[in-house]
Design a protein around this ligand. Structure first.
Ligand SMILES: Nc1ncnc2c1ncn2[C@@H]1O[C@H](COP(=O)(O)OP(=O)(O)OP(=O)(O)O)[C@@H](O)[C@H]1O
Ligand SMILES: [Mg+2]
Ligand SMILES: [Zn+2]
Length: 329
């Protein structure tokens, strides 16, 4: 029982009988001095006294524990800090009595805190799992992290910017600052976006990662569903939408893309978009159906270029070479 708990019980007891006086101090009583028995305390109607008595009696003992002759209190044989404290209480209005209820020694407190830390860590993992299952992310992106990021001369810069973005997340959120990953096929835009998503999910930031194609498919139904879906998406602090421009260029699709971007823009929440579209083409678009989308994107998303050979091509070449040496080597 901690001192704070004792004081709390003391206060509760005082409320029951306002004439009782309670002091808690560090006394000098020797361990073998007689003290009032539990029976006497109970007959005085002291609920608090009984609690302290029981705590004293049930104090866990380790064979290495010992009584310190300097203060007569029980000490831990391992960390040599007290396992008891001394309290002096006047419970019956008949004078003060001394009690030596148990307290946690240093190593017990350490164990207790470690248990709490573990429980918190488990709780964190569960929370992250729950977030991840709501993130709409494709299974294959869930394991992609900065730790598994293969660096090449082409992606060193995007990698640096991605890590900076994660480190600066609170400020990015505050400023509604998003990113636009653009560049050729297979250069790692989706991979890098997934790394950001997973790094933020680890920090318990609600992230949703989906694609324009998937969003539009789910919006084919009724108008209300589309609005509901957009409202759902805005619950994410970061919304990642893959493959802007891969959706069909129908009026319906363009209208929906506009709705998604505009509602995010108005909610002042950051988004991360990836696209194969050419930056110049986007900046110079004159067709209002496109330019009203792109204008909003450029205002709130910092463009990051991805260059180089397609990772898929490199992987295909590696597989080809492996197979060739296996079959023909
Ligand atoms: N830095 C990296 N480390 C390891 N694997 C990577 C990395 N970048 C990309 N890849 C892998 O290369 C492949 C292509 O990457 P990704 O899908 O991210 O490209 P993309 O730029 O999004 O392409 P697209 O424009 O076609 O959508 C994927 O299988 C991905 O897992
Ligand atoms: Mg992609
Ligand atoms: Zn100890």
């Amino acid at each position: 029982m901690t001192m704070a708990r004792l004081q709390h019980l003391g206060r509760a007891n005082r409320r029951m009988d306002s004439t009782r006086k309670i002091h808690i101090r560090d006394g000098v009583r020797k361990m073998d001095e007689p003290m009032q028995s539990t029976g006497q305390i109970l007959s005085g109607g002291s609920f608090f006294g009984e609690l302290v008595r029981r705590a004293e009696k049930n104090q866990p003992h380790d064979p290495s524990d010992y009584i310190n002759p300097n203060d007569g209190l029980l000490y831990c044989g391992k960390c040599h800090t007290p396992k008891q404290c001394r309290v002096s209480l006047d419970l019956e209005g008949t004078g003060e009595q001394e009690f030596t209820p148990p307290v946690m020694c240093w190593c017990e407190r350490e164990r207790d805190e470690a248990r709490e830390r573990e429980a918190r860590a488990r709780e964190d993992l569960l929370a992250i799992d729950r977030l991840r299952s709501k993130s709409l992310m494709d299974e294959r992106f869930r394991t992609q992290t900065f730790a598994s990021y293969r660096t090449t001369k082409n992606n060193a810069r995007p990698l640096r910017l991605c890590k900076r973005y994660v480190e600066g997340w609170p400020e990015m959120l505050e400023k509604n600052q998003g990113l636009l990953f653009y560049g050729g096929v297979g250069t790692g835009k989706t991979f890098s976006a997934a790394c950001i998503a997973n790094a933020l999910l680890e920090k318990r930031v609600p992230v949703v990662m989906t694609s324009f194609v998937k969003l539009l498919e789910s919006m084919q139904g009724f108008k209300e569903d589309g609005e509901k879906l957009i409202a759902q998406l805005n619950k994410a602090k970061l919304l990642i939408i893959d493959d802007l421009g891969a959706e069909r260029g129908t009026d319906f699709a363009l209208e929906k893309v506009y709705d998604i971007i505009d509602s995010r823009y108005r909610a002042k929440l950051p988004m991360l978009l990836t696209t194969n579209l050419e930056l110049g083409m986007m900046q110079e678009a004159t067709d209002i159906r496109y330019s009203r989308i792109y204008d909003r994107i450029f205002e709130v998303c910092y463009p990051v270029q991805f260059v180089g050979q397609s990772f898929r091509k490199t992987e295909a070449k590696r597989r080809f070479d492996d197979m060739k040496s296996f079959l023909e080597g």
